[in-house]
Design a protein. Structure first.
Length: 574
C-alpha cells in the first residue's frame, strides 16, 4: 500500500503519512493535549505529536490517562483525547471511556490495534483483539480507519459524535499499518476536515417553554436542581439570571456546586432533605433522576405530590424514572435563554415564605456544623480536617477541588463551599474510585489553575502511581490523603486467621514519602494547624505536594453516606 502510494505520488511530489495526517487533523480541530501511555504501535506517534507542538501527557496507566481525557472534555467542551496501545492498553483505558459515556463527558479514545486480516482469522497477532467490537458496547460511537485518505473524515466523525447532543465517549480504532501509509501531501491536506459547528445549538420549542413556565407559575414550593450537565454547558450567566429572576431555591448536585456560589442566598444545599420532601414543582436542569436523587420517588421525596419540569439536551431522558409534565429539550444555554425571554419582566418572583423557610433550615444546619469544623482534635477527625480545607477554598476560590473516597467524599461535598463554576470534580455518576490523579493532571493542564485533591487513602491507591506523573510534569497539584488506615474505617479485625481484615491497610502508612521519592514535597500532618500550613505552602509555591493527613481510624462510617445500599445477609453471624 505504502509503495503503491509512493509510486502514484511520483518521485518529486511531497509526501505525508498516517502519523502526520492524524496529528494534522487533531491540530486543525483545536486539540491541544493528548493523554497517553506509549508502546507499539503508537510510540513514534506520541513523539511526533510532541514534536509537532501538541502537549503529550505520558501516564503510568491508561485508566488514569483516560480519566484525565474525560474530565478535560467536561472542563472545556472540547473532546479530551486519550491514546493507548492495543489489547491490554485498550482494555485499561476502556473503564474511562465507559465512565465518560455514563457521565456525559466528551472524550475520544484512540487505540492502536493489530492488523485486521490477522485479528479476523484469529491467528494470534501481537496484542490481538477485536477492539472495535468490544468498545462498541461502552461508548456513544466507535469507528475504524483503514486508509490514510480517510483519517480526516474519521477524526471529524469522532469529534462530532463526542460533543454533539448528549456528550459521551467515542472510540477510534487505528490499526498499526495505517500510521505508516503514505500519500501525496497535497491530497492529504485536502482530505482533512475542520468540523464546523461541532455541537450545534438545539433550540427548544416555544410551546415547551410556555408549558414549563405555566407549571412554574402554578408552584407554591418550587425547587431548581442543577446538575453537571448545566455546569458543562458554560451558560453560567444565563443560569444565574434564571435562578435569581425566578427567586426559586436551588440545590446543586455535586459537580454543579459553584455554578452559583454555595453561599448564595437561594442555595438550598444544606437544606437538602427539606427541599426534596416539601417541594411541589421540581425543575431539573442538566441533572438526571437516577440513584443519586432516589429516582425521583420514595421516602426522600416525601408524600406531597410533585410535578417535574426537566431541561435536558437528551429527549430520551424525559420520563426515565417519573413522569415529566413539562419536558424542555435543547442545549442548556438555548433552553435557559428561551425561558428568560418568555418570562419577561413581570414574572412572579418565587414564594418568599417558602424561600425563607428553606433559608432558615439551611442556616440552622450550617450553624450546627460550624463548631465541629473548628475542632483541633489530634488525631484529626474528618470535620477538623475539612474545616481547614473549607477555609482554604474560601480564600482561594479559583482552586480546582478533586475529591474521591467514601467518608472523605461525602463529608467534603457537604462541608466545602464552592464559589465558581466547574471548580469541583469528583467520582461522578458511578461513584467510581480512581479518578483522582488523572483528574488532577488534566485540571492543572487544561485550566492553568492550582489543584487540591482531597483523597481517601483507599481512593488514592487506585491511581497513586501518577504521583510520579504529577512530579515529572511539575504540576501545581496538592494531594491531601485522608489517611484513616483503610476503607471507611481502619478498625476492622479478622478473627478467623492472621490475615488483616479486608478493609484495613498498613497502619500508619506514610504516603507523603511517595511524593518525596519523586522529588516533590511530602508532609505528614497530624493536626489541623499542620494541615493548614502545609496546604497553604503547597498552593503558594505550586510545587507538587502530597500531604499525609492522619485521621482517626475510628472516625468514619461504613460506605460514608450510602451504607443503606449494602445488601444484608439474614444469615450473618453476630
Ligand atoms: P448530575 O450527576 O450532576 O445530577 P447527570 O450526569 O445525572 O448530572 O445529568 C447530566 C445531564 O445533563 C444529562 O442528562 C445530559 O443529557 C445533560 N446535558 C449534558 N450536556 C448538556 C447541555 N449542553 N445542555 C443540556 N443538557 C445537557
Ligand atoms: C472502581 C468501592 C467505594 S468507596 C471506597 C471503595 C473501595 C474506598 C473508601 O475508602 P477511602 O475513604 O477512600 O479510604 P474513607 O474516607 O471512607 O476511608 N472500586 C471502584 N469504585 C468503587 N466505588 C469501589 C471499588 C468503594
Ligand atoms: Mg480511608
Amino acid at each position: 500500500m505504502a509503495e503503491a502510494a509512493l509510486k502514484a505520488a511520483g518521485p518529486e511530489e511531497e509526501l505525508t503519512d498516517g502519523f502526520n495526517l492524524i496529528i494534522d487533523a487533531l491540530k486543525l480541530n483545536g486539540i491541544k493535549n493528548i493523554y497517553a501511555v506509549p508502546g507499539i504501535p503508537i510510540t513514534d506517534f506520541l513523539r511526533m505529536s510532541q514534536a509537532a507542538g501538541l502537549r503529550v501527557l505520558s501516564f503510568r496507566h491508561e485508566q488514569n490517562a483516560g480519566y484525565a481525557a474525560s474530565i478535560a472534555g467536561w472542563l472545556t467542551k472540547q473532546p479530551g483525547v486519550c491514546v493507548t496501545v492495543s489489547a491490554p492498553g485498550f482494555l485499561n483505558g476502556l473503564t474511562a471511556l465507559a465512565h465518560a459515556t455514563t457521565n456525559c463527558f466528551p472524550m475520544i479514545m484512540i487505540s492502536g490495534s493489530s492488523e485486521r486480516e490477522v485479528v479476523d482469522l484469529q491467528q494470534g497477532d501481537y496484542e490481538e483483539m477485536d477492539q472495535l467490537a468490544v468498545a462498541k458496547t461502552m461508548c456513544k460511537a466507535a469507528y475504524r480507519v483503514l486508509h490514510a485518505q480517510d483519517i480526516g473524515i474519521g477524526i471529524a466523525r469522532a469529534i462530532r459524535s463526542a460533543v454533539s447532543g448528549r456528550p459521551g465517549g467515542v472510540y477510534l480504532d487505528l490499526p498499526a499499518k495505517l500510521f505508516g501509509q503514505v500519500m501525496g501531501a497535497e491530497a492529504g491536506k485536502k482530505s482533512l476536515v475542520k468540523v464546523i459547528d461541532a455541537a450545534p445549538a438545539q433550540i427548544p420549542g416555544a410551546d415547551a417553554i410556555k408549558r414549563a413556565l405555566d407549571v412554574i407559575k402554578g408552584a407554591k414550593k418550587p425547587l431548581i436542581i442543577l446538575g453537571k450537565g448545566a455546569a458543562y454547558a458554560q451558560a453560567d450567566e444565563a443560569i444565574k439570571d434564571f435562578v435569581e429572576k425566578s427567586g426559586i431555591p436551588f440545590l446543586p448536585m455535586s459537580m454543579a456546586k459553584g455554578l452559583l456560589p454555595d453561599t448564595h442566598p437561594q442555595c438550598a444545599g444544606a437544606a437538602r432533605s427539606l427541599v426534596l420532601k416539601d417541594s411541589d414543582v421540581v425543575i431539573m436542569m442538566g441533572a438526571r433522576l437516577n440513584w443519586l436523587l432516589s429516582h425521583g420517588k420514595g421516602k426522600n421525596w416525601g408524600d406531597a405530590p410533585k410535578k417535574f419540569v426537566q431541561l435536558d439536551i437528551e429527549p430520551k431522558e424525559m420520563d426515565s424514572n417519573v413522569e415529566i409534565v413539562a419536558p424542555v429539550v435543547g442545549d442548556m444555554g438555548s433552553c435557559v435563554n428561551a425561558m428568560l425571554s418568555a418570562m419577561g419582566n413581570n414574572f412572579p418572583k418565587g414564594n418568599a415564605d417558602w424561600m425563607a423557610t428553606v433559608a432558615k433550615k439551611r442556616d440552622e444546619n450550617v450553624a450546627k456544623m460550624a463548631p465541629k469544623l473548628m475542632n483541633n482534635n489530634v488525631p484529626m477527625d474528618y470535620h477538623g480536617a475539612l474545616g481547614v480545607i473549607k477555609q482554604v477554598i474560601k480564600e482561594r476560590p479559583d482552586t480546582i477541588l478533586v475529591n474521591e473516597g467514601a467518608n472523605t467524599l461525602d463529608l467534603a461535598r457537604g462541608i466545602i463551599d464552592i464559589y465558581k463554576p466547574r471548580k469541583r470534580i469528583d467520582v461522578g455518576t458511578w461513584g467510581i474510585m480512581g479518578i483522582g490523579m488523572g483528574y488532577s493532571v488534566a485540571a492543572a493542564v487544561e485550566t492553568g489553575h492550582k489543584v487540591l485533591a482531597v483523597e481517601g487513602d483507599s481512593a488514592f491507591g487506585f491511581s497513586g502511581m501518577e504521583t510520579e506523573t504529577i512530579a515529572r510534569y511539575k504540576l501545581p497539584v496538592c494531594i491531601v490523603i485522608f489517611n484513616n488506615d483503610g476503607i471507611y474505617r481502619g478498625t476492622d479485625t479478622n478473627a478467623a486467621s492472621n490475615d488483616p481484615a479486608t478493609t484495613v491497610f498498613v497502619k500508619g502508612a506514610r504516603y507523603d514519602k511517595m511524593m518525596e521519592g519523586f522529588g516533590g514535597v511530602g508532609v505528614n500532618a497530624t493536626s489541623p494547624d499542620e494541615l493548614r500550613q502545609a496546604i497553604n505552602a503547597a498552593l503558594d509555591s505550586g510545587k507538587p505536594t502530597l500531604i499525609n493527613a492522619v485521621i482517626d481510624p475510628a472516625a468514619g462510617s461504613e460506605s460514608g453516606r450510602i451504607g443503606n445500599l449494602n445488601p444484608q445477609s439474614a444469615l450473618k453471624k453476630k
